[in-house]
Design a protein around this ligand. Sequence first.
Ligand code: BTN
Length: 265
Amino acid sequence: MASVVEPEAIRKCLRRLTLNPQVAVVSSIDSTNDEAKRRIKSGLNGELLILSEIQTRGKGRYNRTWSSPKGGLYLSLVIRPILKAESAPLHGFLCACAVVNALQKMGVDRARLKWPNDVLISQHKVAGILSELVSRSHDDHLVVLGIGINLNTDTSVLPEAIRHSATSVIEHLGNITSPEEMLCEVLTFIDHWIQITRSEGSFEAVLAEWRRMSATLGARIRIDDGTRVHVGTAKELLDDGSLLVETEDGNVTFSMGDVTHLRED
Ligand code: BTN
């Protein structure tokens, strides 16, 4: 199955972009995010893009495991925060938009977003983003943008606990998608949103795109914020990326949490 990405194909794609990362492609690693953080610790200079064919300890949000068998696309991109370090969480929204843009370009027209950064096709998760801020000093910050996409993944090999809620691009298109092409589209859209964010000095355009592609806004949801579970209707994505939910107890704003979309009966 076509899953190894040729470094030369990546470099060719990058030549058209403003992103200028060192490129590392490996066949197996614990986690591309962890490897990126190790390289940052040992003095990484400039941007980095690291990809692996499989991950043995892929990480998701809330310390969950990100199952990473062959066929998926697993990458971490290290960049300086686009604006200030405080805006680091918004980089996850930027990547999520870029993944949906890229999926649409590859022919998946039903991809939508679940707050904050999950990419769904028909309510099933096809991609996830883990964005981590690493600060080496008070003015030396980097963001590690970890992206996992179930591309040519045979979902029957995923753990049973997630199989029912996961999907892959191949399941929707019925044919293999070139990992090189998909990667190049993702990087191209990331680059596009970075340029817009930089030139406007705000993430407003990214947030507007996120709202446009959201499956969460307007939906009945259950949200677990780590201390309790709330049920309500998702009303708004605020400018700092938090979610405003109308609950029985009134409007509540969440800056973090695990969302489930509830079916309307
Ligand atoms: C989530 O939805 O919980 C986030 C999943 C993020 C997975 C990607 S795969 C590449 C990078 N390396 C990791 O260990 N995690 C991210």
